[in-house]
Design a protein around this ligand. Structure first.
Ligand SMILES: C[S@@+](CC[C@H](N)C(=O)[O-])C[C@H]1O[C@@H](n2cnc3c(N)ncnc32)[C@H](O)[C@@H]1O
Length: 264
């Protein structure tokens, strides 16, 4: 707890990211990923593998953009930096661990951007959604959405639930759905190859393998059938409760649009 507080204090985050909770979430993510590193290893390897597959036969490799780059746990940053002229990492917070991992690559840049488009709504500075993607995405050859999609609604929906209303929004489910759908719509409108990796649902299981609860993390939005799927043991037994664990179903498309254009 005390360590997390210290970590939060030295986290390189903007006042808005601190106020909206992104800095705190980043600290908790870093701590959990350390505690659960053995359980997370297969997931992180599979996610990196999907990004490498996305790079494989890409004819032009000028600019790659990674959305939700965070700790760079699930992003093969050395491969990306070696293959592209420039790599732009986009997140609400760029924590020290991600910065350390990218050090030594002079062609890696960092951009702070609210990818949910709800920043002004949450700060009480406007009624509408802001741009969900930064303009650099339109110049990119590859855009990676790295385990971000399910994260986008979490803090905004929690704020709406606490406040009862945010601008015109009162229904948390509809608000969450709008945020998830806006990300997919924005990706679909880009000329770049899109590599999409996201968790889709969470199941809570007991030691007998019984499913106690299942949650749709994407608010009913379906990104379509996926060529790659795996399980991510987000919280092994003992992490959130002795006799329960949380397992996320993850889906990945090295070439999201190409896969759907092929009629899959
Ligand atoms: C589960 S992590 C993804 C893992 C990350 N790729 C890594 O390797 O650490 C989700 C990331 O999305 C970022 N994120 C969540 N909501 C965001 C938002 N509205 N705008 C920008 N980044 C956001 C978080 O800061 C976090 O780094």
């Amino acid at each position: 707890m005390l360590l997390d507080l210290l970590h939060w204090l030295v986290q390189p985050a903007s006042p808005a990211a601190r106020r909206l909770g992104y800095a705190g979430d980043s600290v908790r993510l870093a701590a959990r990923s350390q505690r659960c590193r053995a359980a997370w290893a297969p997931h992180l390897a599979a996610a990196k593998d999907a990004v490498r597959a996305a790079m494989d036969d890409l004819p032009r490799r000028d600019t790659a953009v990674v959305l939700g780059s965070g700790l760079l746990d699930d992003v093969p940053i050395d491969d990306l930096a070696g293959a592209f002229r420039r790599v732009v990492l986009v997140d609400a917070v760029h924590p020290w661990r991600g910065r350390l991992r990218a050090r030594g690559h002079r062609n890696v840049a960092r951009l702070v951007h609210d990818l949910s488009g709800t920043r002004d709504l949450l700060l009480g500075r406007g009624e509408g959604f802001g741009p969900v993607l930064p303009p650099v995405c339109r110049e990119a050859d590859l855009v990676v959405s790295a385990n971000l999609l399910s994260q986008l609604p979490i803090l905004p929906v929690a704020r709406l639930e606490a406040a009862g209303r945010l601008g015109p929004w009162t229904d948390p489910e509809a608000f969450g759905r709008r945020i998830v759908a806006a990300h997919l719509d924005a990706l679909a409108g880009l000329p770049a190859r899109i590599c999409l990796v996201t968790d889709r649902d969470e199941t809570e299981e007991d030691r007998a393998g019984r499913i106690l609860e299942r949650i749709d993390l994407l608010y009913g939005v379906d990104p379509g059938p996926a060529p790659r799927e795996w399980e991510w043991v987000l919280a092994p037994f003992g992490e959130v409760a002795r006799d329960r664990r949380l397992v996320h179903g993850v889906v990945a498309w090295p070439d999201w649009r190409g896969w759907h254009d092929m009629g899959a």
